[in-house]
Structure formats: C-alpha cells, structure tokens
Ligand binder design. Sequence first.
Ligand code: ATP
Length: 365
Amino acid sequence: MWKMDIINIYDNSDKLYYIGGVVRDKLLGIESFDVDITYVGDAVEYCAKFGKVVQENPDFGTIRVNVDGREVDFASTRAEVYEKKGHLPVVTKIGCSLKEDVLRRDFTVNALAMSVKTGEIVDYVGGQEDLKNKVLRVLHDKSFIDDPTRIIRGLKFRVRFGFDLEPKTRKLQEDYLAHINYDMSYKRVKKELIETFNLNSQYAFELFIKEEIYKLISPEKFEIPNVNVQELINKYPVEYPWLVYIGLLPNLARLDLTKEEKRIIEDFRSVGKLKTDFKIYKAFDGLTTESILLYAVSKDMKVALKYLDTLRNTKISITGDDLKSLGIEPSPKYQEIFDYVLKKKLKNPQITYEDEIQLVKNLIK
Ligand code: ATP
C-alpha cells in the first residue's frame, strides 16, 4: 500500500487526491503551510476515520481532521458558480468529478492534483508546465471578473515564488483593473492584502502601484513613495507590516478596518508638521510604530526617525510622589511641571533625577 509522504495516513482509495497549494509546493520542493486533500465523493462521510475530527461543514462537504498532530482539510470535490460576481460562489454540486473541482480554481499551478494512492500527478490545465516556466495563468477569461481577489492572490504568489504573470493573464488583469466592479467581498480582499503585504516586500508594493492593483481598493491615483518601506520595517519592526504599506493609500473606506487598525491610520494622519523636539515627542509618545512609520513615509522621514532613534528613549525620572514631597498639591499643574522637565531633558539627556528635582524646586520658587 502507498504511504502518503506528506501526511501520515494509509489508505487504499483511488478517490483521494492532494490538491491545490500542497501539490504546487511539493513540486517546487518547499514545505506547505497547510495540506488540502479532496475526495471524489462525500469527504465528510469518508475522511472522519483518519483521525480526530476538529471541525466539519456538511453543507460544503468539508471536514478538518487532526492526523498525527497535523490538521488536514479534507474536501469533497465540488462545483461552484459565481452568481454574484466578486462575492463568494454558490456550490452547485458536491461530489462532482475531479476535473470539475479543479476547474473552479484560481491559477493553473494551484489546480494540480496528486493521487494519494499512487502519487501520480493529475494535471487537467497545464499546471506542471506553468510551474516549470514560473508563470501564473488563470483558467478562463472571466476569472478576475468572477473573483477579483485573485489579482491580489496572483501578486502574493508572484512575490512568494518569483513567478510572473503569463501574458494573456496579465492582459486580463489590466482589462479588469480598467473596469473594476466595486461591489465585491472586501473581507476577502483584506485577507489577501494582509497575507501579501505581511511578506514585507518592497517589490510587491511597487508592483501593486505600478500595475494599479491598488485601484481595487479605491480609484484615487497613488504614486510610489520615494522610500523603501521594506528596509524601514526591517529596521523598526512592527506587529502589522501590511498596514504600513496599505495605510498609505488615500482612501481605505472599503476595507473593513478594525478599531485598532483605524486608530493606527487616524493617529498618523492627524499629526501635522512638527518643529521642536518637544512637539515631536508629545505627538509620537504613545503612538504605535506603525503610525510613526506611516508618518515617516508620507510626511517627514527626518522627524520620525529622530523620534525613533533618539527622542523616544528620553524619560523623566520624577513622579507625582516627588512633587507631593516637594509640597505641591496634586492638580493639572503636575502635567505642566512634567512637560517643563521633559523639555529640559530633551535638550540635555544627561540630566539626573537630582537635577530634575532641582529644576522643579527652581520652578516653584
Ligand atoms: P498557501 O500556501 O498560501 O496556503 P494555497 O494555494 O494553499 O497557498 P489557499 O488560500 O490555502 O492557498 O487555497 C487553497 C487552494 O484553493 C488554492 O491552491 C486554490 O486551488 C484554491 N483557491 C483558493 N482561493 C481561491 C480563489 N479565490 N479562487 C479560486 N481558487 C482558489
């Protein structure tokens, strides 16, 4: 019996196929993030025996099973139609042929299947050839109209694998971007943007702008900033690299940003010109590095780097208790005093705790 070498299960069925990214990655000789297996028939019924069932969705014919500590998605073969372009497709048939299942996919290199029983590759669309030539090719002319998120997925795979768009696919992308239907599922667009730009690639960003893929989010013209965002993020790590790229776009209204993401954007947009070190400090103190980098790229690099490299390390030592000990009653005056000491300290970072106390004493005299 053939033993799967990607996951550790034994099965003699000739209806089980590795499918999609896992086959592509296997042929590229790289490890896959996740393993997808399709069963020609009802996967929920057949595949539960492979391990502990983590989750199942009989309406979609999918089941997630923990196989030897690894979560594997088993899906029934299914056919879909895009009743509403740009939105999730409707499943028309569960348990269709392998060929029908493959034809609903995004790119030929993601439409390869590999028999679990024999290891044989099933290639209905020329995916192996495209993989060899390192090109991404859609399966039909309406592919981007059905699902424009594929344009961003294409960008992601181009950057991840160093692939190029096959010429006709490039033309279809251009055509679509010249006639965008903005009624699309932005939840999925956002997911793909996050995956693409968390790769932290300047190259992805340049393609995104040069090819006007950004217009999927909003049509306002956008130019490549004269800054290498990738290097900036490498030097000043952030939790959400994608937001430092996408946050630069002039209009993000279509992306359903979380409260935290909105705050990061609003914070950098609301900071204007900053003239003194004290003003820089006060403007950036408490802001995320994402907001400060967005300010750096779009407004004033020198000011932002001055804060990140030096000013932010300045901290005053005195506390409210010190002021109380000096006989000052708690009041909003405390903040004024702290700011006064901070101003002095920004000018002269060598100031000690004792110096700070002395400054306060002189001030209240
Ligand atoms: P990754 O390594 O990023 O997981 P993947 O190819 O496995 O790459 P998934 O998003 O996990 O990507 O999708 C699994 C498979 O489902 C793809 O290989 C492709 O065949 C199909 N697929 C995913 N998204 C789409 C889409 N928008 N349109 C058509 N097919 C898709």
